[in-house]
Design a protein around this ligand. Structure first.
Ligand SMILES: *[C@@H]1O[C@H](CO)[C@@H](O)[C@H](O)[C@H]1NC(C)=O
Ligand SMILES: *[C@@H]1O[C@H](CO)[C@@H](O)[C@H](O)[C@H]1NC(C)=O
Length: 457
């Protein structure tokens, strides 16, 4: 009996402890963290196929382009209700570029590395001349971003798709970009370099839980898309790798980038919407863009808007970001000839450390696609609110330099404190707005005496 009592007592104690632990856990769980990851969830699929079923070999030497084409073809043409997961198991899977299809998940297992064949791997020896096919330039750019004419197909590409997930258990997509970067450096590129991941005209795209490294060009490029979630990503490339932007939402709506670490050779996130006369004619804005809990470093900008923003950019929310060892913390950039607008941008709670230039809003940044851009196409920048920014080791607080015939309006700096070099001062011209609690003291162009409706603590 005594021992039975003992066991009962132990069970009671265990139940009480378990209850306490659960209660504490639930309490912690009630601290709500805003997230848009559920907007486009990484849905599970009723069917899983492995790349090995299509002849894939993960030995790091076999070129698997044909296996990926076959796998995607099978998923596209024998569609299962709820879609299909294409599993890439542990191993190193060399492949040329391939396209995805709707209602599929590309899942990279732990230890899986999807490795892009390099440009020099395109040889008859590999029977793999499809590795880097050329595709039409984007209509909103009128040409390749780097060179006139066609551009290389992205490593992983999707056009006109719905319901696509790229996820995994920390698997890696390695663009092996150094050959491309060297062609850029030696000026031997024939066409605009490929992005690592690109979706065009697609809806319901979820990218999470994988590592992207050494992209030849931009890492993730959603263009003409809506409902895109990018979360829990690691995106890395050397700081001297040219144009390796992290994520470039481009002429897209409802794009959310959250909980990611990005360290590359160019802007970590750059919101775009087409280039000069081509972007104006195509007229497809970027709107509803959320960037939250992103941290990282770039020789250029942490968070950028532009400079290609000719279709317009509006309703942008950036919050809880941490930018360090970078050129610019926040960089809103446009140019004469761009046209379009940048408006209703809220940037809240950003920390900076070791930054050359904390905040720059400029109307003279970026090149033109050709000489046909319209000198009279002046962009507008309106209602940009930058609040609760705290920076240390910031060499220059920054500059707000508008366009003479199109001054920037309703620019609000509130509780922006950037510490660093002594005597550093803001540079302003052709800008209207207000500044509250700004250090070092704001320039005269921003009123401080009254608190207008658009600017408050
Ligand atoms: C991949 O998509 C691009 C652009 O939509 C297209 O031009 C190309 O033919 C596709 N490639 C394959 C192998 O389907
Ligand atoms: C401004 O953008 C936010 C999203 O950041 C949106 O919720 C709000 O409705 C927009 N305001 C206007 C006036 O469009």
């Amino acid at each position: 009996m005594a021992s039975l009592h003992g066991i009962v007592a132990i069970i009671v104690v265990l139940v009480v402890v378990a209850t306490l632990v659960t209660v504490q856990y639930c309490d912690a769980g009630t601290v709500e963290m805003t997230s848009c990851a559920d907007a486009v969830p990484a849905r599970s699929r009723p069917e899983v196929v492995s790349i090995t079923e299509f002849g894939g070999v993960g030995d790091g030497r076999t070129v698997n382009t044909w296996a990926f084409h076959k796998a995607v073809y099978r998923i596209q043409h024998q569609r299962r209700r709820g879609g299909t997961t294409l599993l890439v198991p542990a191993g190193t899977w060399l492949t040329g570029s391939f396209n995805l299809t709707s209602h599929m998940t590309l899942f990279l297992a732990r230890g899986a590395v999807l490795k892009a064949t390099q440009a020099c791997d395109i040889s008859p020896r590999h029977h793999d001349t499809r590795s880097w096919p050329l595709v039409e330039p984007l209509p909103s750019y009128g040409r390749g971003r780097e060179l006139p004419g066609a551009r290389y197909n992205s490593f992983i590409h999707g056009d006109g798709l719905r319901d696509v997930v790229i996820t995994g258990d920390k698997g890696v997509i390695d663009g092996q970009g150094d050959v491309w970067w060297n062609m850029w450096r030696r000026r031997t590129l024939q066409h605009t370099r490929p992005n690592l991941l690109e979706f065009m005209h697609s809806s319901g795209i979820h990218i999470s839980n994988i590592v992207l490294k050494n992209s030849p060009f931009w890492n993730i490029h959603p263009v003409y898309c809506d409902n895109v979630v990018i979360t829990n990503m690691i995106i890395v490339a050397p700081h001297d790798s040219p144009n390796t932007d992290g994520v470039d939402p481009d002429s897209s709506t409802n794009v959310c980038i959250e909980d990611s670490y990005i360290s590359t050779g160019d802007d970590l996130v750059a919101i775009k919407s087409g280039w000069d006369e081509y972007g104006i004619a195509y007229n497809r804005p970027s709107s509803g863009i959320t960037i939250r809990r992103v941290r990282g470093s770039s020789p250029f900008s942490g968070i950028a808007i532009g400079s290609e923003a000719s279709g317009g950019v509006s309703n942008v929310l950036v919050e809880d970001c941490n930018i360090f060892n970078s050129g610019y913390g926040i960089h809103i950039k446009t140019n004469v000839g761009r046209g379009g607008y940048i408006r209703n941008v809220t940037i809240n709670n950003v920390r900076m450390n070791n930054i050359r230039n904390g905040l720059r809003i400029a109307g003279d940044v970026g090149d033109h696609p050709d000489e046909h851009f319209n000198q009279l196409a002046l962009p507008t920048v309106d209602a940009v609110s930058i609040k609760n920014v705290w920076g240390v080791n910031v060499q220059q607080p920054g500059s707000l330099e508008g366009i003479r015939n199109s001054p920037f309006t309703r620019i609000c700096l509130s509780n922006v404190k950037l510490f660093g070099w002594r005597n550093a001062a803001w540079k302003c011209r052709d800008v209207h707005g207000a500044a509250l609690g700004v250090q070092p003291g704001p320039c005269a162009e921003l009123t401080t005496s009254l608190s207008p409706g658009f600017c408050s603590y």
